[in-house]
Ligand binder design. Structure first.
Ligand SMILES: [Zn+2]
Length: 415
């Protein structure tokens, strides 16, 4: 008997509310999705609350739950997940921050949080920043990596640090940068906040006259003259999926956060050329990479961010067209999958309704297709169909145990 495999397609923010203007349908409801429809009809469909009914999750919370970890118990901030997604090695106790390369004036007023959307020279800047040794914490080491465009990740490594510190990034322009403050009374939080503030001031001192910035100013561009950390976090205490279920997992995603959650869960990250995390991503390339990864993994997570991008833009038709592109890309690899041993699951990490332009607490549609799965007989994969679906209504935390069970990897409780 060949062992079963599963492909989990996560369309970021795909869930939506029905719109009267579009015949009481959602973007998924109006999109032409022949492949998803076929999978839904010959499989099971239902609704899934990523965390719970009416709970609005951030992407970090939602992805954590979908991979089977209760974020209400094991969430340790965004920074740790971002660092893991950037491929950095984090030990328990290390504190990581998401960072922006930003532009400030001499009074530390933020001119541009994205340093003129800097594209080049960030690795040289990162190299200079890595040499900073903030004062006041014995043995403190600094790791820093530039990721995409104006983004980077800072990791502070020492004993006795805490993630309970506030952001330096004020999240707006025209105001002064903030001081990181301890969020509790612990010495470790006070010490960490002081180290972060000193790091930021040293970054300003070094970067003001960095060759990359001198050149940028000469070219009339905004200099990346300061690093602004936010979202402190540590490595979350996930037990890898291999240990929990014996699952050998691969993840195909462009977004650092999703890569980070998956990596901490023990997934192998599969890079795909042209996977951008944007509307222009390499849909087909990602689908074919998933097909290839299924050759030597039990579970392949295929995450596409574009649906969420169109949702935040509030563009109904664009969202529907992104869903059609994902359907088409998945449709191209379906004939190559062994239907007798492969499960295909399609869902979203959370809803991002067009009318809201932000994440909402609405449930997401879910389809599960594969051997032994009851047939829903629905003609279209949509929120409307899913609300009457044969799977009923699940929680995000239910998904991984259900997948593991179909793959005959679930542990039996009791005798
Ligand atoms: Zn979003």
């Amino acid at each position: 008997m060949t062992s079963s495999k599963a492909l989990l397609v996560i369309c970021d923010g795909m869930g939506d509310r029905v719109e009267r203007e579009f015949g009481d349908e959602t973007p998924l409801g109006v999109a032409k999705t022949p492949n998803f429809d076929r999978l839904a009809s010959s499989g099971s469909v239902g609704l899934m609350d990523p965390i719970g009914p009416g709970i609005r999750p951030g992407s970090d919370y939602a992805t954590t739950a979908l991979l089977g970890y209760d974020p209400r118990v094991c969430y340790t901030g965004r920074g740790g997940l971002e660092a893991a997604g950037a491929g950095m090695t984090l030990k328990p106790g290390d504190v990581a921050f998401r960072c922006n390369f930003s532009t400030v004036d001499d009074k530390l007023t933020v001119i541009d949080r994205r340093a003129g959307r800097i594209e080049h020279g960030t690795s040289e800047i990162a190299e200079a920043v890595r040499k900073i040794r903030p004062k006041g914490v014995k043995g403190l080491e600094v790791d820093f990596q530039a990721t995409i465009a104006h983004r980077g990740v800072l990791v502070l490594k020492a004993r006795g640090l805490s993630r309970m510190v506030s952001d330096v990034d004020p999240h707006e322009t025209g105001v002064k940068i903030l001081r990181s403050e301890p969020l509790d009374d612990s010495t470790s939080a006070k010490r960490t906040a002081a180290a972060v503030n000193d790091f930021v001031m040293q970054s300003f001192k070094i970067l003001k006259n960095h060759p990359v910035n001198i050149k940028r100013v000469q070219e009339g561009k905004r200099p990346a003259n300061i690093i602004l950390p936010r979202g402190a976090g540590t490595l979350p205490p996930f037990t890898p999926l291999r240990e929990l279920y014996g699952l050998n997992v691969a993840c195909i995603a462009a977004v650092a956060l999703v890569k980070g959650v998956s990596r901490v869960a023990g997934a192998e990250l599969v890079p795909v050329e042209g996977a951008t995390g944007g509307l222009d991503t390499n849909y087909d390339g990602k689908a074919y990479a998933a097909l290839k990864a299924l050759g030597n993994h039990d579970l392949v997570i295929l995450h596409v961010k574009a649906t969420d991008v169109a949702s935040h833009d509030g563009d109904f038709k664009k969202k529907a067209s992104v869903i059609e592109k994902i359907d088409m890309a998945v449709g191209k690899i379906l004939p190559s999958l062994d239907a007798a041993s492969t499960y295909v699951i399609v869902t979203a990490d959370h809803s991002t309704p067009i009318s809201v332009r932000d994440h909402s607490g609405n449930p997401v549609p879910l389809l599960i297709n594969g051997p032994g799965v009851p047939k829903s007989g629905v003609s279209k994969f949509s929120e409307n169909a899913a609300s009457r679906g044969n799977l009923g209504r699940l929680h995000g935390l239910d998904l991984m145990p259900i997948i593991a069970d179909y793959l005959d990897k679930a542990k039996k409780l009791g005798f």
